[in-house]
Design a protein around this ligand. Structure first.
Ligand SMILES: C[S@@+](CC[C@H](N)C(=O)[O-])C[C@H]1O[C@@H](n2cnc3c(N)ncnc32)[C@H](O)[C@@H]1O
Length: 257
């Protein structure tokens, strides 16, 4: 049987679609099997799963991980006291804190030196590469979070508008030990956004909004966080981001040896 060019084209498209569907099915099955195998289960405390939250701040990232893995034990480490941190807290230097004994490590090194807007450097930029170097050598899965443009591989690029936080334009990059990726829609803001930075409302925001400036309640609602003060909010990521990453991690966690 001789096929016309248009028939060849239709045949080639159908064959490609079929191959892609099969490949995706195989990948999903492999991920599912790895996730379900063995006693390693982040959702049960019996498994003794411990999560280390480096540079923990007041716990925005930690709260999302808790939501993804309700029974996991979370230990936060920060160089400054964090009286609002909602889990176990250690006052220590995260750049040298021991990594052994944890099955997952989250790290949010200071972002000030990686921000694209011009401002005074804080001298903390070295903490990100140093942290990545330590995590790559650790015997567990991990995720590092930072601002857009920071020197890390952006496996996930997340913003508030992708998580039902339409007033929040807060793009963050995440590098993960599992080279993750997501098929979330790109971010798009139609509503007026709140800028959650600094200790007060920036003057340009005040100018833009006229006399009405957002209240702390509005800042909290924008971030999906109800336990932080204004400064802590400015440092945090919305729990929705880390919950999303935590759920992605669940799919790739290897069984305990
Ligand atoms: C971006 S904030 C963390 C925000 C947090 N992940 C959240 O979602 O709420 C960075 C934190 O790093 C802390 N920090 C700075 N240098 C540190 C160090 N050497 N060791 C531990 N924490 C440090 C700061 O005190 C600050 O709380």
């Amino acid at each position: 049987m001789k096929l016309r060019p248009i028939e060849w084209l239709v045949f080639a498209c159908a064959a490609t679609a079929f191959t892609l569907a099969l490949a995706n099915l195989g990948r999903e099955a492999a991920v599912f099997m790895v996730a379900r195998r063995g006693p390693y289960d982040l959702e049960t405390r019996e498994a003794g799963v411990k999560v280390l939250d480096l540079f923990c701040g007041a716990g925005g990232a930690a709260m999302g991980l808790h939501r993804a893995w309700p029974e996991a034990e979370i230990v936060g480490v920060d160089i400054a006291p964090q009286k609002h941190y909602p889990f176990e807290f250690r006052l220590a230097d995260a750049t040298s804190y021991p990594l052994e004994g944890f099955q997952f490590i989250w790290a949010s090194p200071p972002c000030q030196d990686h921000m694209q807007t011009p401002h005074r450097k804080h001298g903390t930029g070295w903490m990100l590469p140093k942290t990545r170097e330590r995590l790559v050598g650790a015997d567990c899965h991990w995720a590092i979070e930072n601002v857009e443009g920071a020197p890390l591989r952006p496996d996930y690029i997340l913003c508030g508008c992708q998580f039902g936080l339409p007033n929040l334009r807060r793009v963050r990059w995440f590098e993960t030990s599992w080279n993750g990726f997501s098929l979330l829609h790109t971010h798009n803001h139609e509503a007026q956004c709140i800028s959650v930075v600094g200790r007060g409302t920036p003057s340009w925001v005040r100018k833009k909004l006229g006399r009405r400036c957002p209240s702390i309640h509005e800042y909290r609602a924008a971030m999906g966080i109800d336990w932080m003060n204004r400064y802590e909010l400015s440092q945090a990521i919305p729990p929705a981001y880390s919950e999303f990453i935590g759920r992605a991690a669940l799919k790739v966690m290897a069984p305990m040896a």
